[in-house]
Design a protein around this ligand. Structure first.
Ligand code: AMP
Ligand code: GLY
Length: 426
């Protein structure tokens, strides 16, 4: 099969790394990819949001399957455009991607179908939001309803901070149109995990659970980022929790979508908080998580391309033998622990320099992989080109083993101003 992957991050490098192991793969193209994906397939220069370009690449290169990585092209209808053109695509249509791209819609759906989540109200009017927040005794979280690159969520311990956040979004439009509508919700307490389900329209298969470290600095300090690291499996999601999540969250969400006439095909990502009252949904995403994918996929022993291909054809049940149960079907996983540490540009998630040479990159092995994100080739050098630059993943018999191995490598890699957390997996 000829495959096209849309996107340029660590998630897309991890997808390519796994796809390259498939006996079914002929040619691999990435739009636009990075210096890491260039070593696996052919990078096509351009923009991951350019639907016309993606369609023309798919036609020109006789692509059998296109896999859309990021949320922006999904929300903009790239999957719809591929389907309309009769091209096979992995990723939900725009109306289904609203689960991520429109948090107010997702909240409304959860309320209507009694899916456990934080209590919330939606506002477009600043004075009304201010009045509501002022009456709350408990801390709240203020969220831009639209897509804001993972940065549109402000967790506030104090009502005055929440009022400022609401003003920033609704009046000053710090997140542009994404913040023209906001969700104000109760702050939940607990630990977080990410659970990714492959959905083919009627069958779902749960990938191994992961946890993500969203805060910039050690001890969960500093601002939220796209994610500074991840590990898999997660001790939070043992068999009984998994059953609860399936029964109380996953199945009702998919039933709700069917009831609303929304066809879902692709990854449904559940961002969960494990509260004393049980698991609750923090967010839905309509795609593979980044950097969760860099910890999950290196543990997948089965053929990723076969899984994604089967999903597109509605053959997931047969491909996974789902009936045997979420962890006992046909899909095989490495029982070891994977830990991914993200190396970011100095200044991220704010402004950062680019074009800085990266040195000390090791050769990838089966259990130690440097996934590229914001990198590109410049002459015979690899240089930085984004906020999150690399994700280094190691596998180990224990999380502590993986941690030792990953930091040994991270300490050898250098670019000016590199920032990474030193407490991951500890
Ligand atoms: P989201 O993009 O909605 O997942 O939010 C990003 C991060 O903000 C989450 O991973 C949580 O750490 C935090 N967060 C979001 N919603 C809440 C909430 N209701 N209570 C506490 N923390 C939250
Ligand atoms: N790591 C969180 C996300 O992919 O949205």
């Amino acid at each position: 099969m000829n495959v096209l992957v849309i996107g340029s991050g660590g998630r897309e490098h991890a997808l390519c790394y796994c796809l390259a192991r498939s006996a079914k793969l002929d040619k691999l193209f990435i739009l636009p990819g990075n210096a890491g994906t260039a070593g696996i397939g052919t990078n096509i220069p351009g923009d991951a949001d350019d639907i016309d370009l993606a369609l023309s690449v798919a036609r020109q290169e006789s692509i059998d399957l296109t896999i859309i990585g990021p949320e922006d092209p999904l929300a903009a209808g790239m999957a719809d455009a591929f389907e309309a053109a009769g091209l096979r695509v992995f990723g939900p249509r725009a109306e289904a991607a609203r689960l991520e791209a429109d948090k107010a819609f997702a909240k409304q759906l959860m309320r209507q179908y009694v899916i456990p989540t934080a209590e919330a109200r939606t506002f477009t009017d600043y004075p009304a939001a201010r009045e509501y927040i002022a009456t709350r005794d408990e801390p709240v979280v203020v969220k831009a309803s639209g897509l804001a690159k993972g940065k549109g969520v402000i967790v506030c311990n104090d009502p005055s901070d929440a009022i400022l956040a609401a003003e920033d979004m609704l009046v000053k439009r710090t997140f542009g149109e994404a913040g023209a509508r906001i969700v104000v919700e109760e702050k939940l307490l607990g630990q977080e995990a990410s659970l990714l389900a492959i959905v083919d329209g009627h069958t779902t298969y749960l990938l191994e659970p992961a946890q993500d470290h969203k805060r910039l600095s050690d001890n969960d300090q500093g601002p939220n980022t796209g994610g500074m690291g991840s590990f898999s499996p997660s001790p939070l999601v043992e068999a009984d929790a998994l059953q609860k999540i399936q029964a109380q969250i996953l199945v009702p969400t998919l039933d709700a979508l069917v009831h609303e006439g929304i066809h879902y095909r692709g990854i449904l990502y559940l961002g969960l908080m494990f509260t004393t009252a049980g698991p609750k949904v923090l967010e839905f995403n309509c795609r593979f998580g980044d950097p969760e994918t860099q910890a999950i996929l290196p543990r997948l022993r089965s053929d990723l391309l076969e899984l994604l291909d089967a999903t597109v054809d509605g053959r997931l049940e047969e491909a996974c033998n789902v009936a045997a149960g979420p962890r006992t079907g046909r899909v095989e996983w490495d029982p070891r622990h994977a830990l991914c540490v993200v190396m970011a540009s100095g200044g991220y998630p704010g402004k950062y320099p680019t074009g800085l040479p990266i040195t000390g990159l090791p050769e990838n092995t089966d259990d130690l992989i440097v996934f590229h994100a914001g990198t590109k080739r410049a002459g015979d050098q690899i240089v930085t080109s984004g906020g999150r630059v690399l994700g280094v993943t190691a596998l180990g018999e224990t999380l502590a083993d993986a941690r030792r191995r990953v930091y040994d490598v991270v300490e050898q890699i250098h670019f000016e101003g590199a920032h990474y957390r030193t407490d991951l997996g500890s």
